[in-house]
Design a binder for this molecule. Structure first.
Ligand code: AMP
Length: 221
């Protein structure tokens, strides 16, 4: 079996971790486990998880730890059964409790965590990026646009597949501010948690996406 590279993309909402994780996952052929997308899918499919999570997500709150821990557990166990070369976790963990649960799970599955890429951006950029973000409605495409920095060529239409674009309910200014509050109160302490374990690598997320991407590729190679 090839050596596995297991990476966490860490950062505030709007820091660009989703955009980068998606590109890196494609480039390095690493499965991308994105808790936000998995939860939104569960909400759309009205599953038990979706029903429990919906109110939290739409108001910008974190969903209860155990729901997300169970979701990640299920995903990693399925991956472990395949001949996989690593994974990218995007949006997990987001609390110390989740990080401790991940540590136990990785130990149980005999997996190592290689890096936590900490994508940092100033607060004023974050709110702006979130409220101007638009997503492709075609799930198998999922391209991400921004009305300021990455405008679609045709209004409200995906450049890649032509499907309509939409704004996430939690990307409105009010919900985005709540998400940033949650980040500061519950997620930011993980920076120290992983720095103390020498896993954290800081990346300047205020730079152009292409530059951030090149930096990440350089680190990972
Ligand atoms: P994201 O797409 O990563 O911005 O996540 C969207 C929303 O999904 C968050 O605001 C939370 O409500 C929920 N969510 C995603 N990941 C987690 C997590 N690890 N813990 C708790 N809630 C999460």
């Amino acid at each position: 079996m090839q050596k596995q590279v297991n990476i966490i993309f860490f950062g505030a909402p709007g820091a660009g971790k989703g955009t980068q994780a998606k590109k890196i996952s494609h480039e390095l052929k690493l499965p991308h486990i994105d808790t936000g997308s998995l939860i939104r899918e569960a909400i759309a499919n009205k599953t038990e998880l979706g029903t429990k999570a919906q109110q939290f997500v739409e108001s910008g709150k974190l969903v209860p730890d155990q729901l997300v821990i169970d979701l990640i557990r299920e995903k990693l166990i399925v991956l472990k059964d395949k001949n996989f070369n690593g994974f990218i976790l995007d949006g997990f963990p987001r609390t110390i409790l989740q990080a401790n649960a991940l540590k136990s799970l990785l130990e149980e599955l005999k997996l190592d965590l290689a890096y936590v890429l900490n994508i940092q951006s100033p607060e004023n950029i974050l709110v702006k990026r979130l409220s101007s973000r638009r997503l492709c409605s075609n799930k198998s495409c999922g391209a991400i646009f921004n009305l300021v920095t990455r405008k679609p060529k045709e209004e409200n239409k995906c450049d890649v597949c032509g499907s309509p674009l939409y704004q996430r309910k939690d990307d409105t200014e009010e919900a985005a501010k709540e998400r940033l509050n949650e980040y500061h109160n519950k997620t930011a302490p993980l920076e120290k948690y992983y720095r103390d374990q020498n896993k954290l690598i800081d990346i300047d997320g205020a730079k152009e996406p292409e530059e951030v991407y090149n930096k990440i590729i350089k680190i990972l190679s």
